[in-house]
Design a protein around this ligand. Sequence first.
Ligand code: HMH
Length: 207
Amino acid sequence: MSLTCQQLLDKYPQKWKTAISHPFIDSCAAGTIKPEQFNTWLVQDYLFVIEFTRFLAQGLASAPVEHFEVLLGGLQAIKDELQWFQTKASERQLSLDVPKQTTCQAYGDYMAHLATAPYPVQALALWAIEIAYNQAWQLPGKMAAPYLEFAQRWGNAQFSEYVQLLGKQADAALETASPEVQQQAEDAFLKIADLERDFWQMAYQSE
Ligand code: HMH
């Protein structure tokens, strides 16, 4: 039997929990996050999304044609998301022209490396990255303004549907993958869990 997305969530529940629950999001939900901590996350996440856009585009380039529709929808949504980040940053008078923190840089480097992996690994990684935010922003329950808007961006029903479709595509790609490639996909899942955990923590560090 081939590896599936759901199997990975079931196999590593503790590990995955560290990726999707963090004092940062709980503090957003409680409204107690310090603005400078939130702003650090916001700017670094914008820099992440730039690299993620490249990763998504490379994924599309590697994908079978029957996966284009979902991935093209994702690229369209990312176009809006990049503009949205710019709007949020300017509302908060934040410069986006700042260096990446170490974890943000490491995540970008890792995605660039993944873009050279076989498509099933890329498809699994794409799903893992998106479901991480989809789950993380929903976990604490309804957030208060001004963080509600952020929670809804990744927690809304349409995004959840997109994540489900990404999971189906990853499962389909893994079905015909060799055991070595399936192992690479599992390794990518674990690496992404670590990077997601560290990314939340970045908000508390100013480098
Ligand atoms: C760190 N992971 C990080 N940022 C994001 N915007 C996403 C995932 C999107 O799902």
